[in-house]
Design a protein around this ligand. Structure first.
Ligand SMILES: C[S@@+](CC[C@H](N)C(=O)[O-])C[C@H]1O[C@@H](n2cnc3c(N)ncnc32)[C@H](O)[C@@H]1O
Length: 240
């Protein structure tokens, strides 16, 4: 097998090449992202974000960063929790996704890359990432950046796709994600994105590898929990 090139599918790319291809892919589907998300998740995505937000339990007055914020759907959960005395920053590297978020009148939207956050160290109390870490070429570097911007006592949760551990569920999920999702995506002009989803999930780090990367970055009390029969997994940890 040769080295991945700019002609390779996105899921086989790495480094800066993956970064720009992922950015372009989300720019392409930004206008349809929310509708596709609701449909593909059978309207469960809002509930999953609420569960993830509860894991990091933002308190009134705290500062929360929603990284890889996309169209901003994590932010209302955080805004409600931190209240009028706190603040929520929504950060993403893809401008068209942030433009969709700005239509929802969300505050503090900013462009930034997960591996080089334009924030001071120890500036936030909570970081959430929804379906973002899988897309970042250097996951270790992203975990290190998230750790850097958290204050001592800060909490981090990442919600992403996973491979179900039960073999029967795993083969059913593989069938749906490889044969049904790309066809549904194609109807909305998003075949690449919904082929990328299962392909990148197959290549994504295991639950244990993600937890190890978080520990290596400095997080303590690292753990994970499955949702949707193991098709989704939450990773969480704390900065001591
Ligand atoms: C699947 S969307 C998730 C959006 C949102 N978090 C949600 O819950 O619906 C993934 C987002 O991650 C962003 N993203 C991917 N790689 C990134 C990076 N290196 N830095 C910042 N954002 C990134 C993409 O632009 C996209 O908006």
């Amino acid at each position: 097998m040769g080295r991945p090139t700019a002609d390779s599918p996105i899921w086989d790319r790495s480094g800066a090449d993956k970064r720009s291809a992922v950015n372009a892919m989300f720019a392409d589907i930004a206008g349809n992202y929310d509708a596709l998300n609701r449909m593909m998740s059978l309207n469960q995505d809002t509930r999953w974000r609420a569960i993830a937000a509860a894991k990091v339990a933002p308190k009134p007055g705290e500062v929360a960063l929603d990284l890889c914020a996309g169209t901003g759907d994590f932010m209302p959960h955080l805004l409600k929790a931190v209240g009028s005395t706190g603040a929520v920053i929504g950060m993403d590297f893809c401008v068209p996704m942030l433009e969709q978020a700005s239509k929802k009148s969300l505050p503090n939207l900013a462009q930034g890359d997960a591996v080089q956050l334009p924030l001071q160290s120890a500036a936030v109390d909570v970081v959430t990432v929804g379906w973002g870490i899988r897309n970042v070429p250097d996951i270790d570097a992203a975990h290190q950046e998230i750790f850097r911007v958290l204050r001592p006592g800060g909490r981090f949760v990442s919600l992403d796709m996973a491979i179900p551990r039960n073999p029967v569920i795993r083969s059913g999920s593989r069938f749906v994600s490889k044969h049904i999702l790309p066809r549904l995506g194609a109807r909305f002009g998003a075949q690449t994105a919904y082929t990328y989803l299962p392909e990148s999930t197959e290549r994504f780090w295991s639950r244990d590898a993600l937890a190890d990367s978080m520990r290596k970055a400095g997080f303590v009390d690292v753990d994970f929990a499955d949702l949707m029969f193991g098709n989704i997994c939450l990773h969480f940890g704390r900065k001591k």
